[in-house]
Design a protein around this ligand. Sequence first.
Ligand code: 4NP
Length: 149
Amino acid sequence: MSKKVLMVCLGNICRSPLAEGILKSKVGKDIIVDSAGTEGYHVGHLPDKRSIAVAKLNNVDITKQRARKVSLSDFDEYDYIYAMDEENYNNLIDMAKNDLQRSKVSMIMNKLHPKENIDVPDPYFGDENEFKHVYKMLDKATDKILEKL
Ligand code: 4NP
C-alpha cells in the first residue's frame, strides 16, 4: 500500500504547502503527499504568493494547492503527520484520539535533528529571505524523510 504523508502548519498557506510541494517533487506517484493547517483562516486559498515564488525559483509548482484544515480523519488516513513547529505539534497531539494516532505525529525538523524540537519559523510576517530560509530547511528535512519512505 502506498505511504501517505501529511504536512501541517498553522494556516496551510506558507510552510506546509512548501513542504508538500518539495516532497512531491522528490517522490513518485506511489507516495501520497498532502498538507493542511491547524486553523481555518485561509481555507480554500492559494498558497501565499511568497511561497509560490520561492517554490517557482526552485522549479516546484505549488499553485494547484488550496488550503484546508486538518480533520480527525487525517489521523487514520495518513501514515506520517509532520508538524512545522511545536505549537502545531501540540495542537495535533491534542486532537489525536489514541496512541496510534499520536504516534504518527512528529516535528519535521526532528528528522534531521532528533529530539531538538527545532521549529520551521513562521514566515508570514517576514520577508522573502525568511521564505528562502524555510525552503532550505524543508528541502533538507524532506531529503531525510525520503530516505525512510
Ligand atoms: P503558515 O503561516 O502557518 O506557515 O501557513 C501562516 C499563515 C497565516 C497566518 C499565520 C501563519 N495567519 O495568521 O493568518
